[in-house]
Every structure is written in structure tokens, then in C-alpha cells.
Ligand binder design. Structure first.
Ligand code: OSB
Ligand code: MG
Length: 383
């Protein structure tokens, strides 16, 4: 790639925001079918901000991936509400391009989950006004995407093996298991013994220290595709040191907030594989930049998830139509998270474990008004 190609604008940047009408910000809460535990938190429901933007005769939706708590990331639903309504909203003007919006948003530091919420809603709106599916606006050629499942920390290795059996029977293309100190080697060993060949990986959500390197090296025996975020959410330097001591490739998730961090982590050797969550890095434009950089650096990329409702999950699915996604992501069936989602149709796996990309305009799924109403804790009109 030449320097010119590396900085070439994306077609998405030239799309213009239509005239905008009413804007609403909602807080929704959907109970999970089962509690979901990672090393740093347990969640029994999905609580998320949802932004609704009317304009040009259409409605655009944006889901914020921030949790109500700061146990995965620093941003929360409350901080994102503050940033969206006080600082991002005044920057949005009809007629400006999405590229211009992106550079205006860069005056607000950090807060990339809040930015992604607004960007997602406006991109959905733009696509709907044009009458094209989101993946077409992104230039993604795939008609279906790979699936993967992220299994929370279980009470025992036997419980985890049962969960993996169900996932494999369903047809998921790869399985990720959450680990933490004291629930790691025995758990992974039990899964590997039962399934010697499935693509398998572990995610620690930052539970370990560099001093745990010798212990983590025991995971090298199981042929994991990667270990995700073994060390702190704020580190990539020590991940580089750890990588030198392990055979298993390291993948970063919560340490990466934007292109510059992705670049630095890769360059340092702390990130051989990248978990790209569009909702964590500020949205789709920054995701395109990160994808392009990772491809030029030869780093495999996959899409993570944040247990999103069908709104955010649809965005992740459209994004994964791009060839830059070289590994299956954390995109699972709706029924694995919720009894009832906000949107129709639900995400399902086909007979080969793939997920169809919605073909309707924008995100291509329909928010069901009664369900939105039923699951809303709060709703405010911003404009
Ligand atoms: O670390 O990838 C993570 C969910 C919430 C917060 C952090 C993570 C996760 C997952 C589940 O692993 C991904 C999904 O199924 O959407
Ligand atoms: Mg993770």
C-alpha cells in the first residue's frame, strides 16, 4: 500500500446527513436468558442507550455499547448520555458529510462509545434515505458472515464443557471461553479434551499480571487461536513483553480505542490479532481505518460484540461483510442472549453456521415499537 492509498478517503465519508427532525434518547433494559460473567463483572441484563433520529422521511437508530457500570470500559450509559446530549448533538448539522461530522466529533476527546452511538444512527439514516443496505454503503461484498460464541465463566469445567457441546451442536464456527485467575487451565483443558480440534480461544478481560506469564504459558499446550486481553485494560506495553514469553498469539480488545492505539499496539508486538468492536472505537469510519491498517500490517481482525440488542448486532453484521474480517467474531444468535429482542427478524444461524446479512435499507432490521416501549426505562426528547 502506498502512502496515498493508506490515507485515501472512504466513500462513506462523502455521504451527506439529510435534514433532521426529532431526536430521542432512550434507555432500554432487556433481561438475559442467563447471567453472563466475565472476570471483571456479571450481568443479568443488557442495559443500553438507544438513539433515535428522524430525518428525510426515515428513522435512524444507534445503540451505545457502554454498560451502566465501568467494569469493562470507562464509559457508562450515564457518561454517554451526557456526552451525546451536551457535546455531540450541538455539532450535528444537516448537509454536512459524515467525514465532516467525524472531524467535528474529534474535538470531543475520547468518549468513543458515545460517538459511535451518534455516528451509527446517522449512518443508518443516510442508508435508509438512499434506500440501500448498510453493507452496501460500506462496500462489503459478503452475503453471509461467520458466527462465533463467547461463553461466560461457569461454576465448573464440566458446566463449561456442556455449554461448549451445545454451541458446537448449534454449528458455531468458533468458541471463546471466558477465563480468570483460578478458572483457566483446568477449564480450557476440559474443553480441549472433549473437542480436540475446534477453533477455541480464551478471553481474560485483563485479569492477569505480567508476573503470571509462566502460568499463562501453560495455555500454550491447548492450541488456542489466541488469548484475548490477558493483561490490563489500559496496557499494550506489557502485552508486548508477555507475547515474547508465549507461543499463543495475543489479541487485544478493551485496550484499543482508536486507530493510533491499534497501530502502537501492533508495532510494539502486543497485538498479533485484533478484536474490533465498532461501538468501542467510535463507529464505522474509525473501524474502516483500523481494518485498513491491520490488513497492511498483516494482522488478522475479527468483530467482537457487547451483547448488543438487535440494533447494534445488525451494525456488527453489516461491518463483517468486509474482507478485512479474517476470523469468526462474537456474533451469536439472538436467542442465546434474549427471550425477546427489540427488533425483527432475530439473528439465526443457517445449516452451515453462517448468519445472513439483512438486505433491507440501513441496518435492515425493524425496531418493534411495542417492544421498545415495553423495555424502555427512560426516554427523552433531545431535539
Ligand atoms: O470482552 O469481548 C468481551 C461482552 C461484554 C463485554 C465484553 C465482552 C463481551 C463478550 C460477549 O465477550 C460478546 C457478545 O456475545 O456480544
Ligand atoms: Mg473481550
Amino acid at each position: 500500500m502506498t502512502a496515498g492509498e493508506a490515507n485515501a478517503p472512504f466513500p462513506l465519508e462523502a455521504e451527506r446527513i439529510p435534514p433532521i427532525g426529532r431526536i430521542d434518547l432512550l434507555l432500554v433494559r432487556l433481561p438475559f436468558v442467563a447471567p453472563f460473567s466475565i472476570s471483571s463483572a456479571t450481568w443479568t441484563c443488557k442495559e443500553a442507550l438507544v438513539l433515535r433520529v428522524e430525518g428525510g422521511g426515515a428513522v435512524g437508530w444507534g445503540e451505545c455499547v457502554a454498560d451502566p457500570d465501568p467494569f469493562y470500559a470507562a464509559e457508562t450509559t450515564t457518561s454517554a448520555r451526557h456526552i451525546v446530549s451536551e457535546f455531540l448533538l450541538p455539532l450535528v448539522e444537516p448537509g454536512m458529510t459524515l467525514g465532516e461530522l467525524d472531524s467535528r466529533f474529534s474535538h470531543v476527546r475520547g468518549n468513543r462509545m458515545a460517538k459511535a452511538t451518534f455516528e451509527n444512527a446517522l449512518v443508518d439514516l443516510v442508508a435508509k434515505v438512499k434506500g440501500v443496505p448498510l453493507h452496501e454503503l460500506l462496500g462489503g461484498p459478503r452475503k453471509r458472515i461467520s458466527s462465533g460464541i463467547s461463553l461466560g465463566i461457569q461454576e465448573s469445567p464440566a458446566d463449561l464443557v456442556r455449554e461448549v457441546e451445545a454451541a458446537v451442536a448449534k454449528g458455531y464456527h468458533r468458541v471463546k471461553v471466558k477465563v480468570k485467575r483460578g478458572k483457566d487451565v483446568d477449564y480450557v483443558a476440559a474443553v480441549r479434551e472433549r473437542f480436540p480440534d475446534i477453533p477455541l480461544m480464551a478471553d481474560a478481560n485483563g485479569d492477569y499480571r505480567l508476573e503470571d506469564a509462566a502460568h499463562l504459558a501453560r495455555l500454550d499446550a491447548f492450541g488456542l487461536t489466541m488469548i484475548e486481553q490477558p493483561l490490563s485494560y489500559s496496557d499494550f506495553y506489557e502485552h508486548a513483553a508477555l507475547q515474547k514469553l508465549l507461543k499463543t498469539p495475543l489479541c487485544l480488545d478493551e485496550s484499543i480505542h482508536d486507530l493510533s492505539e491499534a497501530r502502537a499496539a501492533i508495532e510494539l508486538g502486543g497485538c498479533r490479532i485484533l478484536n474490533l468492536k465498532q461501538g468501542r472505537v467510535g463507529g464505522l469510519l474509525e473501524s474502516l481505518r483500523i481494518l485498513r491498517h491491520a490488513a497492511s500490517a498483516g494482522v488478522p481482525v475479527w468483530s467482537g460484540g457487547m451483547d448488543e440488542t438487535g440494533i447494534g448486532r445488525a451494525v456488527n453484521i453489516h461491518l463483517q461483510t468486509l474482507d478485512g474480517f479474517t476470523l469468526p467474531g462474537d456474533t451469536s444468535e439472538t436467542s442465546r442472549y434474549f427471550h425477546e429482542d427489540l427488533v425483527d427478524p432475530p439473528v439465526v444461524l443457517d445449516a452451515e453456521g453462517y448468519i445472513d446479512v439483512p438486505e433491507g435499507a440501513g441496518i435492515g432490521v425493524t425496531v418493534v415499537p411495542e417492544r421498545l416501549e415495553k423495555h424502555s426505562l427512560r426516554s427523552e426528547k433531545l431535539r
